[in-house]
Write a protein that binds this ligand. Structure first.
Ligand code: AMP
Ligand code: TRP
Length: 329
C-alpha cells in the first residue's frame, strides 16, 4: 500500500481554501492508504510568530483535523516537533540540497519580500518539508497547487541522496492535487490565506458565512444582473464545486452562462450547501474543544506511532551515510 504524508501549519482554524485544496482529500485517503498527517509547528517558526499562542494554535489545528473527519483509528495525526527525527533528517538532507534551488522557490521569494530581515529557516523550509515526507518513505503527498514546486525540489533531494547513498532508497514523492487545487480569497485576487485575511473559516456560524459570501468577488464581467458569466473563471463557482452536489453544480453553471440567476442567487444556493456540510463539523469541533485532554492524548499516541517509523528510517540513513554507530548505553 502506498504511503501518504501531508502537513499543515498550525494556523488555528482551517479555512475553506485548505479544506477544499487539501484536507478534504486527506479524509478520503485515510481509508485507502497508509496515511500520516502532521501539524508542522517547526515550519511555523520560519516566519514571525507569537510564542505565547503557538501551543494553543497547534491544539486548535488538531481539533480542526479531527472535526473534519481524520480518524486516529485510520491514520496517524501528530505534531511535527513531537518527533525529533524530523529535524535530525533535515540536517542530513542539507548536504544534498542545492542552494540555487532553494533560492528559486516562489514561496521563499514571496515571503522573503514581506520581511525586513530574512531568517535562514525561511530558505531552508523546503528541506524540512522534504525530511517530513522522506522520513516515512511516503510516495504520495496530497497538497494544494502552491506546494507543487516544493515537491519538485523534494524529488531532487531524494534523487541526489539516492545517487550518493543508496539507489532507490527514498521514493520520489508525487503531489496529489484535488479538483479544487486553488481557492482564491473573498476579494478574488490572491489565494485564500489566513495571513491575507481573506478567508472563510470552516467553523464559522451560518450568519458569518453568509455575511462573507454575500459581497465576495465573482466573474468581473457580470457587472449587472443581466450580464452572462463564465463559471470557469469565477471563484464562487470553484467553491460550489467543492460543496454542492454535481447536479447543482451543472445547474449553477447553466444559470450563470445564461444569466438565469444573478450572482446573489448563486451565492444563496452555495451558502445553504456550505452550511449543511459544515454544521456537523462545527459541532464536533465545539465538542472537542471542551476536551483538550482527549485531543492531547490522541496526539501523544499519534507521535508514538510516527516515531517508531521515523527511528527505523534514521538508523538506516545514518548507516548508509557512514556515521560511526554509538555504542549501547
Ligand atoms: P497551509 O495552511 O499553508 O499550511 O496549507 C495547508 C494545505 O492547504 C496545503 O496543502 C496547501 O496547498 C493547501 N491550501 C492552502 N491554501 C489554499 C488555497 N487557497 N487553495 C487551495 N489549497 C490551499
Ligand atoms: N509547506 C506546506 C504548506 O505550507 C506544509 C508542509 C510541511 C507539508 N511539510 C509538509 C505539506 C510535507 C506536505 C508534506 O502547506
Amino acid at each position: 500500500m502506498a504511503r501518504v504524508f501531508s502537513g499543515i501549519q498550525p494556523s488555528g482554524e482551517l479555512h475553506i481554501g485548505n479544506y477544499l485544496g487539501a484536507v478534504q482529500n486527506w479524509v478520503r485517503l485515510q481509508t485507502q492508504h497508509d496515511c500520516l498527517f502532521s501539524i508542522v509547528d517547526l515550519h511555523a517558526i520560519t516566519q514571525p510568530y507569537d510564542a505565547a499562542t503557538l501551543a494553543s494554535l497547534t491544539l486548535d489545528m488538531a481539533v480542526s483535523l479531527y472535526a473534519v473527519g481524520l480518524d486516529p483509528e485510520q491514520c496517524i495525526v501528530f505534531v511535527q516537533s513531537h518527533v525529533a527525527e524530523h529535524t535530525d533528517l533535515n540536517w542530513l538532507l542539507t548536504s544534498v540540497t542545492p542552494l540555487g534551488e532553494l533560492e528559486r522557490q516562489t514561496q521563499f521569494k514571496d515571503k522573503a519580500q514581506r520581511q525586513e530581515s530574512v531568517p535562514a529557516g525561511l530558505l531552508a523550509y523546503p528541506i524540512l518539508q522534504a525530511a517530513d515526507v522522506l522520513l516515512y518513505k511516503a510516495s504520495l503527498v496530497p497538497v494544494g497547487e502552491d506546494q507543487v514546486q516544493h515537491l519538485e525540489l523534494m524529488r531532487e533531494i531524494a534523487r541526489r541522496w539516492n545517487a550518493r547513498h543508496g539507489t532507490g532508497y527514498f521514493p520520489e514523492p508525487q503531489p496529489l492535487l484535488t479538483k479544487t487545487r486553488r481557492v482564491l480569497g473573498l476579494d478574488g485576487k490572491a489565494k485564500m490565506s489566513k495571513s491575507l485575511g481573506n478567508t472563510i473559516g470552516l467553523f464559522e456560524s451560518p450568519e458569518a458565512i453568509w455575511e462573507k459570501l454575500r459581497p465576495a468577488a465573482t466573474d468581473p464581467a457580470r457587472k449587472t444582473r443581466k450580464d452572462p458569466g463564465t463559471p470557469e473563471i469565477c471563484n464562487i463557482f470553484t467553491v460550489h464545486e467543492g460543496f454542492s452536489p454535481p447536479d447543482t453544480v451543472t445547474e449553477v453553471a447553466h444559470n450563470c452562462r445564461t444569466a438565469g440567476w444573478g450572482c446573489l442567487d448563486c451565492k444563496r444556493v452555495l451558502a445553504d450547501n456550505m452550511i449543511a456540510t459544515l454544521a456537523p463539523m462545527r459541532e464536533r469541533a465545539n465538542a472537542l474543544r471542551r476536551e483538550p485532554a482527549t485531543v492531547l492524548e490522541r496526539l501523544r499516541a499519534g507521535a508514538g506511532r510516527a516515531r517508531a517509523l521515523a527511528r527505523k528510517t534514521m538508523a538506516e540513513v545514518r548507516d548508509r551515510m557512514g556515521f560511526l554507530k554509538a555504542g549501547e548505553d
